[in-house]
Design a protein around this ligand. Sequence first.
Ligand SMILES: [Zn+2]
Length: 314
Amino acid sequence: MVTRTYRPIPISTLASGTELVLPVHEVTGDRPGPVLGISAAIHGEEAVGVEIVYRFLTSYDLRGLAGRLRVLPVANPFSYAAITRNTPIDMMNLNRVFPGNPDGMLTEQMAHKMAEGFLTGLDFYVDLHAGGAYPTVDYVYIINAEPLSRAFGSRLLYRPKDVPSGTSISVARAHNIPSVVVELGGGDVDQTGYVRRGIAGLANILKTLRMLPDDPTPPPAQIVLREIATLRPHHGGLLLPEVTTIGADVAGGQVLGRIVSPYTFEELEILRCPFDRGIVVLSQLTANVVEPGIFGYMIGNLGTAEREGRDATS
Ligand SMILES: [Zn+2]
């Protein structure tokens, strides 16, 4: 028997009278085991993670669970409702203010509650991100738990030199909690495949931790990137994509997309692959309105990547 409980963490009362909470679901197995935390929508416009955890908790067969899941489906309810990266009330990025401040701005108060009430009690942690309202993304960070990052099953992984400060992962790592950051899906395209992969990836992490009875599925041949370039446009306008496959190999100088003025029809900027041998990590899969400085493309450098597996050289 698994036991399911809803244990929201109170944060504050808003001027509208709305009670702001962190919505935490707990699923407890009847065998001893670790506590695995899963969070989504710490960036509210990365909504596919919310669907992944909803479907995982309501549809996936969790019989035989060992230990406990603590799941935060919407870490930033305001930004989720507004489909924005930052909290609308104070325009702060929740995932840049950890460990937060109990006497700070609202977003800092939220981070503090999440750190104290959710993160620090975990044995393992998975944080689900996505590309956002327009871009689509597909890779997994290697932070401090490489086998778990690999077990999620994505083809592309990223081993950064440093974990960005102020993130929930920086709190988890400071407490020596093995952690995985997933970047999956997003954009104005069908999310069904990403949802399916997200559910399978979470399940495979549970199996790897022996929290579920079945053996984990071995990961596919994977490429570990050590360098990812983020291409932020210098001009806003209408972005017309030319490469619309995540995971596609791209050559040095290859055109990824063009930004044109929808007013004068001038071509304002061409975004190109910055590496001799690149691979598309984040892309615009549809023609989108863009502003200067947004996440336009993310391109991994295959020249410095770690490769293994049978088809890694294909
Ligand atoms: Zn994010």
